[in-house]
Design a binder for this molecule. Sequence first.
Ligand code: MN
Ligand code: MN
Length: 299
Amino acid sequence: MDFGTMDSQTERALGAYLGLAVGDALGATVEFMTASEIATTHRVHRDIVGGGWLHLKPGQVTDDTQMSLALGRAMIAWGGWSTRAAADAFLKWMLSMPIDIGHTCRRGIRRYMLDGSLCAHPSDDEAGNGAAMRNLPVVIATLHDPVALEQRSLEQVHITHHHPLSDAATVALAHMTRRLILGDSIEACRKIADDLVARHPQFRYAPWPGLTSGYIVDTVQTVLDAVFTSSSVEDAIVRAVNRGGDADTIGALAGQLAGARYGARLIPARWLRRLDPGVFHAIRGQVPALLALSSQRAT
Ligand code: MN
Ligand code: MN
């Protein structure tokens, strides 16, 4: 895969975004399967072949990547941050009849459609991963402004999700991704994860507790275990998705972190060649535009 010349920070931001998309496309095939069902069917699932419960074409992505692209597109068109522009982008996406949409996302976007409010009511019981999975464009556009990173992450999260564990996980994943894109070590990333665990012990991820649902705690534990115990983008994503459950979202978030760590050039070329070309080009276009928003802000 030829990425031409680009600085290493751009390559890591692109790695995060393409990692998210290939993790989604690979994981969607085995979403809602158990690890043993995956092992029986695929031995190890490591090629983007489509299928799954959504009957995807090879390389097709799902809501995780689509909502990220919708958010990124809105930020670039707006030329900065507007929570309403983000909500409008999610609404437009929902009305486009996407291939899948999570329950909490649908409910939150419907609320916005009906009353125009930008913040979901706080929820005690629902803490899905649907807001954390789409936050990468905010991270890339606030690389040099960690205060804005937290504020805007929470604003986009609250359009559909409003739970302390979803908030905490989204912000922690944002800081981890940011540090990796800036070129910091995986140890800096681990420290952020350990701070998350210190504040919310539910997130303890080592030893891996073994759950893989769309509950943000299960998702984050599986993502962190995959990323911290692997030594390549491929290894991290393969490890993540083969555990099944919410495999596309877990694969997407593992791909986001591992892609930020290793950069776009170290994502397996066979995956990038399979990825939906429209998605590939949209991501290649968004990354420099989002980075430009970030440096605009710093100066
Ligand atoms: Mn999905
Ligand atoms: Mn999913």
